[in-house]
Design a protein around this ligand. Structure first.
Ligand code: FE2
Length: 425
């Protein structure tokens, strides 16, 4: 007797199977002929492990327009605007916005999120609010928090002490923003000090790193070096890495092997990088996406993050990791069948590996968390970004949605239309 059986779905690797769930665990995969309290018919639909967002800012989300919009569209004005918002936001309001966003995320099948949280303000209001949210959403979303000195570890008075206080309060990961420190040397020193703090506390590291068009912003080199020096391999990620787009090719040929050897993962954020970067250019205009295919070819783990939804840096956003994969695919020209398929993995299994998620995936013994999509396979899912027909979190059905079919009224044409197609099956 199962609590829940998902019947007849197609796994990302193409296998058609039933999935049996007892309690919060997957306990059977294969043909199941047994009773269950609840059965979901997924015949012909894609069953995916949950979407994972390894880069987000939940303290800022859904604040678009407060107290004003970002007129220039640049990263720097966004940081300034966020500074204004920090002075007027309240604990209750941050919790409310974050929970509303988590509703969106859960409905779209995002069941794990790594969110940076600003640690510069002495009140640590955002940290307290997101610690509360982490606990509230724990039954359905695994929320990992990164202590993020947004205004600079050294540039912002008190940021170092406040970042350490945030870690003492239970924030999970050490963050940083070396390219926003006043000098290159301060940037390098901040990477060194933050990695040492992570090593002392046995924590992971995820730094905003080189989110700039300046080809000489090379803090990823220091991050990789410190990762090796301190034995942090496999626990460190560099987010954005947009300067790599503009770097000298010879230098990159030396840099990538260092990142690979150090075991540092990369988290580009295609929706945001395409919007924020290149704002100082005329034409040709750089688009700021880091070198995804080149890093993948070196064996570096690369995941795609969402970064922002309706906040000082981004005026759109849907909480859909398939939108992120879709944009990443386009900007990095990942158009071969293998590359398109990889984009799906990057917002699911690869992101889970970067976050160090335990018991993630579709196998016996894993957490019973999965998404049923109105698509036949992963490439079709990226193409259509279709309805999440069912979202199951830790064994519980938490969201359902109808299929996205249209009803046509056209002379000589059938009334129904389905956009699914067997091209990539
Ligand atoms: Fe970010």
């Amino acid at each position: 007797m199962f609590d829940l059986i998902v019947k007849g779905g197609t796994l990302p690797d193409g296998r058609k199977t039933d999935i049996g769930i007892q309690g919060d665990r997957i306990t059977a995969i294969g043909p199941i002929d047994a009773e269950a309290r609840q059965i979901i018919d997924a015949t012909g639909d894609l069953i995916s492990p949950p979407f994972v967002d390894p880069h987000f800012h939940m303290d800022a989300t859904l604040s678009y327009g407060t107290p004003r919009i970002n007129a220039s569209g640049t990263l720097l004005e966004g940081i300034g605007l966020w500074g204004e918002l920090k002075e007027v936001m309240t604990h209750e309001e941050v919790v409310e916005r974050a929970l509303a966003y988590c509703d969106w995320a859960a409905s779209m099948g995002i069941l794990a999120i790594r969110s940076h949280v600003d640690t510069c303000h002495d009140s640590l209001l955002g940290v307290q609010a997101l610690l509360e949210v982490r606990q509230k959403v724990a039954p359905y979303i695994e929320l990992q928090l990164v202590a993020f000195p947004q205004d600079g570890l050294y540039r912002s008075p008190g940021a170092l002490d406040n970042t350490i206080r945030a870690l003492d309060m239970g924030v999970d990961v050490v963050g940083g923003i070396p390219h926003f420190e006043r000098t290159m040397e301060d940037g390098r020193a901040s990477v060194r000090e933050l990695c040492e703090i992570a090593a002392q506390r046995s924590l992971m590291v995820d730094m905003h790193c080189d989110e700039t068009d300046d080809p000489l912003s090379r803090h990823i080199e220091t991050l990789a070096f410190e990762t090796q020096r301190l034995g942090l391999g496999g626990r460190v990620a560099g987010s954005h890495l947009t300067s790599m787009h503009s770097m000298d090719n010879y230098y990159v040929s030396k840099l990538l092997p260092l990142i690979a050897e150090a075991g540092v993962a990369a988290i580009p954020n295609p929706l945001i990088n395409i919007v924020l970067q290149g704002r100082h250019d005329t034409f040709p205009k750089r688009r700021g996406m880091t070198r995804v295919k080149e890093m993948l070819a070196m064996g570096i783990t690369v995941g795609f993050g969402q970064d922002c939804v309706l906040d000082p840096w981004y005026s759109l956003g849907t909480a859909d990791m398939l939108d992120v994969a879709f944009m990443g695919l386009h900007v990095d020209q990942m158009t071969s069948p293998e590359e398109m398929r990889k984009c799906f993995d990057m917002v699911t299994v690869d992101n889970a590996r970067i976050m160090g998620l335990q018991d993630y995936g579709l196998h016996v013994g894993a957490k019973a968390s999965l998404v049923v999509l109105d698509a036949g396979n992963p490439i079709e899912a990226v193409r259509l970004r279709p309805s999440r027909l069912a979202v199951i979190a830790n064994g519980k059905l938490i969201s359902t949605a109808p299929r996205g079919n249209s009803q046509l009224s056209l002379p000589g044409r059938p009334p129904g239309i389905r956009r699914r197609h067997s091209a990539h099956s």
